[in-house]
Structure formats: structure tokens, C-alpha cells
Design a binder for this molecule. Structure first.
Ligand SMILES: *Cc1c(COP(=O)(O)O)cnc(C)c1O
Length: 386
């Protein structure tokens, strides 16, 4: 391992198929705004993979979550339960529509929503629950659904930003709730710069979702020949993804097996090469339960404490490799405190936030690069733990 070897960044988006040709085709084809031919192609792939009744491409996953929040018709006093350990917009989207938030702890095995804490938090004010499949590893979706069994009034909304093409007991992640939100931000498995999608599983939501998605108009129904002119019907926003970005996305989604295969190889190699070291030194690696098919979004290591985690981050960066930490617990943030309905205890989220380190992870990461990451990581970890 030489110190002069080229740096290994945390993430590198890559072209995997016909992205460039499709983008050019879109730019010269006469339809670059939303709801064009490539949007239909990308949405069809997502629909086929998840069984969604309708797929609306959006400018981001955040926008998709905001659209889902609008469809909930939240009233003053309503609350939404979100994981404490997640990206800000899993929570922000609902706060923006007026909900108060309840931050739910995560469970140590999957780092997804903890059904036991969920059961404690669930009261009559709750309108929605927003699980995340952290790292693309299915959360305890059965446990969550069991807690919600007698509450059909509570919407299950999967923030599936990490989980596309993963599954639980053969059922696709993103297929379990009333809505699921996808991200195509350039840090995710499938990218188009910035983009997202809202998957709808309840046919009763479709007409209104299309109106909200189309700036409050029934333009979509007009395009489908269902009405003979279109006009302002409801609230909404300009949620639609440009068809040129949908062209980029189509090129990516068509290569889903190739992309997921590459990411699986990266994940499996890290797991294989780090498992003995982790076992010997008390580190925790991602755990994949029987029945869980991960989406291979990332690879993380839980160090024994924050001091060793921070030391390893600094040491690896000094040696040209870019690992990174992840979410700061939402309950501890300024806005989290402001939008919380009441303070909640999230000890696991606080604990893992201080100890978690993510290794470089991207489609084109080579075996040689992986070997260097593992060598530098184990070296840095030994130094930090001694
Ligand atoms: C990336 C991410 C988002 C936001 O996605 P955008 O497309 O950037 O809006 C939301 N939730 C989770 C869990 C994410 O990882």
C-alpha cells in the first residue's frame, strides 16, 4: 500500500448504459419539460418493479415526500412519526405541511424504525409513519405493520431513498405502504443529478396526486383525454422532473441488474474482508437477516465509540481515502426541537450516530481499491483502538 496511490473518493456517479444518447435524444426531441416520453419509460420500470398503482416522477425525493404530505391533508394537532436517525427531509416534508413530529428511535440490528418505540409513541394524533430502509437493508417492516394493524387511519409512507430494488420476503421495498418516495440524487444507487419519484399504492390517491403534481391543475387528465380542457383545481406545486433528466434516469434504470450486481460485489467484498477483523475487535457490520434482500446502498462500520470513529475518519482521510460519518440525530437539531410535538428518548440513534463510519461505495469501485480501503481502515482502527 503506497501513500502515493490515487485518492479514493466516497462516491463517484458513473454512466452505465445509454444515458448520454438518451439525454441528447431528449434535448433534440421536442419535449424537455415533465411528463414526456422518457418520464413514461422510467416510471414504467419503477411501476413494474414495485407494483405501484401510479408513479409520479419528481424533482427530488424531498419533493415526493412533500407531495405525500400534501395528500395527507394534515390538520392542526396532527403528528407524523419519523426515525430519529434519517436525513432531514424525511421529517421536513411533513413539518412544512404543518405536522408536529415525533422522533422514533431505531433498532440496533437494522438501524431502521424500532417497532417497540413506535408502539409507545402511537397515539390518536398520529396521521403517518415514515420508515427508512437504512443502507438499503429492510427495516422491521413486519413489526411496524403489526403495530399499525388496528390503525388504518395512519398512513405508512416508506422513505425508500436507499432501498430501490431491495426486498423483504420477496416483496419489493417501496411496496408496503400507501406511498413510497425514491431518490435519484447523485449520491444514490440510480442517479440523474437531482430527481425522485412518488409511488402510489392506493388507487384512491391517484387523481388528486396527479393534480397536485401538475401545479394544481387537471392537465394530466386532459393529456389522458379524460377532460376536454384543463384548469386550476386544487393546491399543488411544480413537482415534475424534466424529461431530459428522466432520459438520464432511464439510461440508469435500464441497467438496474448491472448496477445492483456491481454494488452487491462491493458490499460482499467489504463484508468478507472485514468480518474477521470486526469480530476480533468488537466492531459491528451491516446485518442482513434471512428474508432480507438488500439494495446495497452503502457499507458502514460501527466502531466501539466516537473517539475511535473520529480518529479513523481523520487517519483515513490523511491517507487519501474518504470515509464519512452520517446523520446527526434529528431530535438533537435546532429544527428538530422546534418541530417536535414533545421530546422523545432516542438512545440508539444517538449512540450509532457517534460510532458510524461509511466506507467509499460506488459502482466502479475496483477490487484493488477495496483492498486498499480495507487495509487502511484496519490499520487506522488498530491504531485508534490500541
Ligand atoms: C437522500 C435522501 C433523501 C432526500 O433525497 P433528495 O432526492 O436529495 O431529496 C431523503 N431521505 C433519505 C433517507 C435520503 O437518503
Amino acid at each position: 500500500m503506497t501513500e502515493h496511490a490515487s485518492p479514493i473518493p466516497f462516491n463517484v456517479p458513473s454512466l452505465e448504459g445509454d444515458e448520454q444518447a438518451y439525454v441528447l435524444e431528449s434535448m433534440t426531441g421536442g419535449h424537455t419539460s415533465s411528463a414526456g416520453p422518457f418520464s413514461a419509460r422510467a416510471a414504467a420500470i419503477l411501476q413494474e418493479a414495485t407494483g405501484a398503482e401510479e408513479v409520479l416522477l419528481t424533482t427530488s425525493c424531498t419533493a415526493a415526500l412533500e407531495l405525500s404530505a400534501m395528500l395527507l391533508d394534515l390538520k392542526p394537532g396532527d403528528t407524523v412519526i419519523v426515525p430519529d436517525f434519517t436525513f432531514t427531509t424525511s421529517a421536513l416534508a411533513f413539518a412544512r405541511q404543518g405536522a408536529r413530529l415525533l422522533f422514533c428511535d431505531v433498532e440496533p440490528e437494522t438501524l431502521g424504525l424500532d417497532p417497540a418505540h413506535l408502539a409507545e409513541l402511537l397515539d390518536d394524533s398520529v396521521r403517518a409513519v415514515v420508515p427508512v430502509h437504512y443502507a438499503g437493508i429492510p427495516c422491521d417492516i413486519d413489526g411496524i405493520r403489526e403495530v399499525l394493524r388496528d390503525r388504518p387511519d395512519v398512513a405508512l409512507i416508506e422513505d425508500n431513498a436507499h432501498g430501490l430494488f431491495g426486498s423483504w420476503n420477496g416483496l419489493p421495498l417501496g411496496s408496503f405502504g400507501r406511498f413510497a418516495a425514491q431518490s435519484f440524487h447523485d449520491t444514490k444507487n440510480f442517479v440523474c443529478g437531482e430527481g425522485g419519484a412518488l409511488l402510489l399504492h392506493d388507487p384512491a390517491d391517484i387523481d388528486r396526486a396527479r393534480v397536485l403534481h401538475e401545479k394544481g391543475t387537471d392537465r394530466r387528465a386532459f393529456m389522458l383525454g379524460q377532460v376536454d380542457k384543463y384548469s386550476w383545481r386544487d393546491t399543488g406545486s411544480s413537482f415534475g422532473l424534466s424529461d431530459t433528466l428522466a432520459a438520464y434516469l432511464t439510461g440508469q434504470l435500464e441497467k438496474r441488474d448491472v448496477i445492483q450486481g456491481k454494488r452487491r460485489a462491493v458490499f460482499d467484498r467489504y463484508l468478507r474482508d472485514l468480518a474477521p477483523f470486526a469480530a476480533a475487535h468488537g466492531l459491528q457490520l451491516p446485518q442482513v437477516r434471512p428474508g432480507a434482500q438488500p439494495a446495497y446502498h452503502m457499507f458502514y462500520v460501527l466502531m466501539p465509540d466516537q473517539t475511535s470513529r473520529d480518529a479513523v475518519l481523520t487517519d483515513m482521510r490523511a491517507r487519501g481515502i474518504q470515509p464519512t460519518f452520517h446523520y446527526v440525530p434529528l431530535h438533537s437539531s435546532d429544527a428538530g426541537r422546534r418541530f417536535a410535538d414533545r421530546p422523545t428518548e432516542c438512545p440508539v440513534s444517538t449512540d450509532v450516530s457517534g460510532r458510524l463510519l461509511r466506507l467509499p461505495f460506488f459502482n466502479a469501485l475496483t477490487a484493488e481499491q477495496s483492498d486498499r480501503v480495507v487495509a487502511v481502515f484496519t490499520d487506522a482502527a488498530l491504531a485508534a483502538l490500541s
